[in-house]
Design a protein around this ligand. Structure first.
Ligand SMILES: Nc1ncnc2c1ncn2[C@@H]1O[C@H](COP(=O)(O)OP(=O)(O)OP(=O)(O)O)[C@@H](O)[C@H]1O
Ligand SMILES: [Mg+2]
Length: 500
């Protein structure tokens, strides 16, 4: 296949008074992988949506070779071979993996209008096998898969559409290392076939493995593009943020004798087996483990939001007789979930309303919430977390992905919890904003907040946590005190258990 360069001329998008992208001009060379980087809210997804036909440019032009592209809807972009995997997953949870991959083009039995279910499963299985994926069952409902596996299904679906241009908006945000490698292999195969790839990621360390060039946006403006060989990490950070100072993590002293939360003998089916650990007062405790190792299930069980077959939870030395969501919330436990689209945020509600959900009874003690009472709570989080927000009364769905994540965190911090469970708090958040979130967690920890943090990115755990547990094959298989810990040590431990 010969493919043409993608050429942008003064591409501009405004949403009301928000200038999401301004005069973006650049030539993306055909058959290369172009990493598109920029901090949260810099306009990356906005560009993706214009190229995918999801939204129209306010002005400017997109050319594929000599041909101007103008799409009324995503179907028109697909017809040109422009395939997009969005930042927010778009699968239908009730349908199977195979149905999702072939949605809208299910194979029919010859001579009938009936769906060829067996053919469908076989074709889906073939596609999965081509990508070397053996741990996803084509007949499984998507709802039963982890977020990481759902992301892989999205990508398999994109592959099956034979793209000329493939846009991946943060495809690795919820993938573990092994899955990332799987994805990179697929992307490389596509590049060999001449496909142009636009690759968005906040995981800057991975870019060298996959990208040919790095293209940077800052606050809606094109900053520059460099070949990957020149894209040293200082160059990338400079392009993203301009010159900014990077603070060092301070090592904190934790009193090991004061226990805020104790988990004893937690068991869940075949996934978790005798998980026992303690969270110390004022500590930030990380849990590291491969995708599907049961990290999220531990948090959900502690919060009373998910099942446990056996196990006890103690708070401040007292056993919680019945672990339910209401009970745990009453005892000062908060949970910022991993999937902001499903149970983190109410998409139709404003950012303002989303920031006041968890702290309802604190904001309106008598049950009567007024804007006047809510506003300081909202303003506090917008300021503390530096949330990039136009109008707090606009739907939260209009925020960029990373800023939505900050709203999830801010909502819980407003409730002043004593124990906070963070599931992937840095997902989709740029490195500077992540740091802001961690600094908030530390500041709260100094005032007595005890937190558990789960993250797929081991670098993040090393940056954020005082102590890190390794979860392997359903058990706590190791423990690291974080003193100049190398993420590679953690990675090795997740594969085979060790301790420092
Ligand atoms: N539908 C919309 N209505 C109003 N503003 C919007 C809308 N979509 C995006 N914006 C704004 O446009 C700006 C750019 O957002 P965009 O989603 O492109 O950022 P991004 O670079 O993808 O960020 P992230 O890394 O956080 O995903 C942000 O300020 C965002 O709030
Ligand atoms: Mg985005």
């Amino acid at each position: 296949m010969t493919n043409a360069d993608l050429h942008l001329q003064n591409l501009t998008k405004t949403y009301g008074s928000v200038q999401a992208l301004t005069d973006f001009s650049h030539r993306f060379e055909a058959g290369k992988v172009h990493a598109l980087i920029g901090k949260n809210g810099s306009g990356k997804s906005t560009f993706v949506k214009m190229l995918s036909g999801a939204t129209r440019p306010t002005s400017g032009q997109i050319m594929l070779g000599d041909k101007p592209l103008s799409f009324d809807d995503p179907a028109a972009a697909l017809a040109e071979g422009i395939v997009t995997v969005y930042q927010e997953l778009s699968l239908v949870p009730q349908l199977s993996v195979a149905e999702n991959i072939f949605l809208g083009r299910l194979p029919k039995r010859r001579g009938t209008g009936l769906i060829d279910w067996r053919g469908l499963r076989r074709r889906a299985a073939d596609l999965l096998a081509q990508m070397g994926i053996s741990n996803i069952d084509p007949s499984a409902p998507v709802a039963s898969l982890s977020v990481g596996k759902q992301q892989i299904v999205e990508i398999v679906k994109a592959m099956s559409l034979s793209p000329r241009i493939l846009q991946l908006d943060e495809p690795t945000a919820s993938l573990a290392q092994a899955e990332v490698q799987q994805l990179f292999n697929v992307v490389k195969t596509l590049r060999e076939k001449g496909v142009t790839v636009i690759y968005i990621s906040h995981r800057l360390a991975e870019l060298a493995q996959i990208a040919d060039s790095v293209v940077a946006l800052r606050d809606g403006t094109f900053i520059g593009a460099v070949p990957i060989a020149e894209a040293k990490s200082e160059v990338i950070l400079d392009m993203m943020f301009g010159p900014v100072a990077h603070a060092e993590k301070v090592e904190r002293k934790i009193d090991a004798s004061k226990i805020a939360l104790r988990v004893k003998g937690l068991k869940l089916g075949t996934l978790l087996e005798d998980v026992s650990f303690e969270l110390r007062h004022g500590e930030v405790l990380g849990i590291a483990g491969m995708l599907g190792s049961g990290r999220t299930e531990i948090l959900r069980a502690i919060f009373g939001a998910g099942p446990m077959d056996a196990g006890d939870i103690e708070i401040d030395g007292a056993k919680v007789p019945k672990v339910t969501l209401a009970e745990m919330k009453k005892r000062g436990v908060g949970y910022a979930s991993e999937d902001r689209k499903v149970d983190g945020l109410v998409q139709m509600l404003s950012s303002h309303a989303n920031l006041c959900l968890a702290a309802r009874s604190r904001i309106a003690p008598g049950g009567i919430a007024t804007l006047g009472r809510e506003k300081p709570f909202v303003a506090q989080q917008i300021k503390d977390l530096a949330i990039k927000i136009g109008d707090p009364m606009a739907p939260v769905s209009s925020l960029s992905g990373g800023n939505q994540q900050k709203v999830v965190v801010g909502n819980w911090l407003n409730d002043k919890p004593r124990i906070m469970l963070f599931d992937e708090p840095g997902r989709g958040v740029d490195v500077q904003a992540k740091r802001q979130i961690y600094e908030i967690i530390w500041a709260q920890a100094d005032r007595g907040l005890s937190s558990i943090v789960v993250s797929t990115e081991l670098e993040d755990l090393v940056e954020c946590c005082d102590r890190i547990l390794i979860l392997r094959e359903g058990r706590i298989a190791g423990e690291f005190i974080n003193s100049n810990l190398d993420p590679k040590q953690l990675y090795a431990a997740c594969m085979t258990a060790t301790t420092n």
